[in-house]
Write a protein that binds this ligand. Sequence first.
Ligand code: SF4
Ligand code: SF4
Length: 87
Amino acid sequence: MAYVITEACIGTKNTACITACPVDCIYDGGDHYLINPSECIDCSMCMPECPVEAIYPGDEIPEELESYATKAAEFDYSNIAPGVGIN
Ligand code: SF4
Ligand code: SF4
């Protein structure tokens, strides 16, 4: 189960998680960042870096935030590059 970025990232987007991710699987999804679940290796490195605790392991997402897992799974990552400011 991939890690998932949730609601608290909106309005913060400080990119700390992006710097921590060893496989560059975090993408700018507009109002918040998204972790591509097909690339995430479940290393958990991003999670403690987030100042607003927006990141959850896939099997520990609160029910009210489950839609963020769906959004990350359905997002089209094919036309954008991971990371910051390069799209
Ligand atoms: S769990 Fe690891 S691989 Fe997945 S997004 Fe976080 S830092 Fe990247
Ligand atoms: S560290 Fe947290 S708030 Fe910052 S971009 Fe990543 S998920 Fe969003």
